[in-house]
Design a protein. Sequence first.
Length: 174
Amino acid sequence: MHKLCSLAWVFALLSIVAVGGGTAILPEMERLVVHHFHWMGDQQFRDIYSLGQVAPGPNMLMVMVIGYRLAGVAGAAVVGVAFFLPDCILTFFANRLWYRLSGSRWRTALQRGLAPVAIGLMLSGTYALARLSISNVMGLAIAAVTFAILSWRRISPLLLISAGAFAYLVFMVR
């Protein structure tokens, strides 16, 4: 029971600070799950993150896999509710207030203040993803080429994912 309460508390807090999306809190999630509570190793966290990226649906469903890994079905349920319910409630009330403040100086100031914070959190998350995902020169090259192509051309990410996977298979699997 103690572990379920700890899981609920940690993932509810992560949920509340997830300004900018799930990627923004990935470094903090890794810090808490791997380094602070030692609930799993770094490689397990990477594997679960990778699974979340390739599985259909929102990639933050990975939190439920973490819960399942730590406490079975009850852990998955507790983490799922703790991670998604606070945001649902906050979004509901924030949305109502947001429309009431339409055209307000407060709303404009809040938007201008939160935008850089969200971007900083997303950049931090991107760095954490790169640290988790890029383990060799080939991975770094694929990431750099993908970034360059997407920065200057409008091309389907699916095509780039396929090309990156193919390149990795051709050059790395022997």
